[in-house]
Design a protein around this ligand. Structure first.
Ligand SMILES: NC(=O)c1ccc[n+]([C@@H]2O[C@H](COP(=O)([O-])OP(=O)(O)OC[C@H]3O[C@@H](n4cnc5c(N)ncnc54)[C@H](O)[C@@H]3O)[C@@H](O)[C@H]2O)c1
Length: 282
């Protein structure tokens, strides 16, 4: 499969990072969001992160200029019609992704693979919205996308071997390491990570230790670069709660019960770093 032109839907944290790595690897990128201001914000982030790579001598000034030239920001989704591959990184809401996948299926050529960067929505369900379920797949990048090596490649029930091979190849061309997993709530990354963060919250709620102490244990004892509560604040406590609920609903095991302290903090609007307060103050 000859992929030259890539569509990216959503120019937020992840979409801008995904557009960055595709453009830096030589692909033409059509970056689509619903409003010009979101595209402007995404392009400002990409420019800042490319500058950082220039400062670290990872790329040259010319590489930066040519990467930026490769990104075409659009609000009109119809401009993705001539893309050879499309990855969706829009807001994590099933209704939003439903509308996008139905529309992409209508406008993209029938052989084009449609990937989603979703953290928790079923790839099998997204695939079933289209007439090409064999060509729908999860391509789960990690934040910050330009730095993180992993791409969790999620195979839906109907995803074909050809689609899987094409997306693995593409990840390697982006200088990432693809790891294949099957579709299940939380995939592997969140299935294992979120219960750890949730349990760390229980430890704080039950007075076993302070947030600082829990984080120190993981940093010094397990060599984690940041402790679980710092990480939860970074991810966003609302996002953590949503993912715990997806696993609770999808797997039905009480071990996925969200920590009551997490629910209370989200109710209070303490969402972590982005709201200025979570387990820590920012
Ligand atoms: N933030 C993370 O650490 C992370 C990590 C892995 C995966 N994800 C997943 O990536 C996706 C995006 O997350 P994010 O953190 O970048 O969110 P974000 O809120 O930073 O960005 C989402 C963007 O999507 C845009 N959008 C919403 N509806 C749209 C539509 N119909 N068409 C085009 N654009 C639309 C929004 O305007 C916004 O700019 C989610 O599915 C999330 O679960 C996030």
């Amino acid at each position: 499969m000859d992929i030259k032109r890539v569509g990216v839907i959503g120019a937020g944290t992840m979409g801008s990072g995904i557009a960055h790595v595709f453009a830096r690897s030589g692909y033409a990128v059509v970056l689509c969001d619903v409003e010009q201001r979101f595209l402007d914000r995404g392009l400002a982030t990409i420019t800042k992160n490319l500058d950082r790579e220039v400062a670290k001598n990872k790329i040259t000034i010319d590489d930066k200029a040519s990467a930026l030239k490769k990104i075409d920001p659009v609000t009109d989704r119809a401009k993705l019609a001539d893309c050879d591959f499309i990855v969706e990184a829009a807001t994590e809401k099933f209704e939003i992704k439903t509308e996008i996948f139905r529309d992409l299926d209508r406008l993209a050529r029938p052989e084009v693979i449609l990937a989603s960067n979703t953290s928790s929505i079923s790839i099998t369900k997204l695939a079933a919205l289209t007439r090409r379920p064999d060509k729908v797949i999860g391509m789960h990048f990690f934040n910050p996308v330009p730095m993180m090596k992993l791409v969790e490649v999620i195979r839906g029930l109907a995803t074909s071997n050809e689609t899987l091979a094409a997306v693995r190849d593409l990840a390697v061309k982006l200088d990432k390491t693809p790891v294949e997993v099957n579709d299940a709530p939380g995939f592997v990354s969140n299935r294992v990570l979120m219960p750890l963060l949730n349990e760390a919250m229980y430890a704080v709620m039950e007075g076993v230790a302070t947030a600082e102490a829990v984080d120190e244990v993981f940093k010094l004892g397990m060599a984690h670069p940041m402790g679980p509560l710092t990480l939860a604040d970074f991810i966003g406590l609302d996002v953590c709660l949503d993912i715990m609920r997806v696993m609770q609903d999808g797997l039905g095991d009480p071990k996925y019960r969200p920590c009551p302290l997490l629910i209370k903090m989200v109710d209070a609007g303490w969402l972590g770093r982005k709201s200025g307060r979570g387990f820590y103050q920012y």
